[in-house]
Write a protein of this length. Structure first.
Length: 202
């Protein structure tokens, strides 16, 4: 487990990690809008049920499971275990894509955002050699989402004009956040010869 987790970061500047996490959230919100609006135009009831289902649990339950448990468990499984296992079997680039794809498949309508988040968290793990960094970013991300859910409204009463405005805002969010995220992905994208974090921590 020590080889999987890596060492505790020392003298690390967390501000860029915080900024990156917020940027990922902006992108994910935009991606949700881009996905949910076409669904809403075809079946409004189904669209609202999809969104309401994501927030059906009590705030305390969501806090414990979504903010504290899920980020730790998901990082160990998807970045820690799957990334290293697939990378050992094939290569590190394939591992990033496949582990992020599997991670995204469990996130329903949040698939697009989750896939991009999975890639960035993989790159954070590879770059820092410690799972504690993507774990911390994941906890922060889910914390912001949880806080937002406390003040959000039920979606059932929203008009078609609201959903159209949500789409426009989402597209703006994607346009703003995409260049930052994809520049980072390009800059951090590893060579196939890059050593896996597990091997680096031996």
């Amino acid at each position: 487990m020590t080889q999987l987790m890596g060492k505790t970061p020392q003298n690390m500047n967390w501000l860029p990690i915080i900024g990156l996490t917020v940027t990922l959230l902006v992108y994910a919100i935009g991606a949700i809008a881009a996905v949910i609006y076409p669904i809403y135009t075809l079946n409004p009831d189904f669209a609202t049920k999809l969104l309401d289902a994501a927030s059906k649990n009590s705030p305390i339950h969501t806090l414990i499971l979504g903010v504290f448990i899920a980020p730790i468990v998901e990082e160990i499984i998807f970045r820690g275990f799957l990334l290293n296992r697939i990378g050992t079997k094939w290569n590190i680039r394939t591992a990033i894509i496949l582990s992020s794809l599997i991670f995204a498949l469990g996130h329903s309508i949040f698939f697009i955002g989750a896939f991009v988040i999975g890639i960035v968290f993989c790159l954070l793990y590879i770059k820092t050699k410690t799972l504690l960094v993507p774990m911390s970013a994941h906890v922060l991300y889910n914390s912001i989402v949880w806080l937002g859910s406390l003040v959000s409204q039920e979606t059932g009463g929203f008009s078609s004009e609201y959903w159209l405005q949500f789409l426009y805002q989402g597209l703006v969010a994607i346009l703003i956040s995409s260049p930052i995220i994809f520049i980072i992905i390009i800059r951090w994208w590893p060579l196939n010869s890059t050593t896996l974090p597990y091997d680096s921590n031996r």
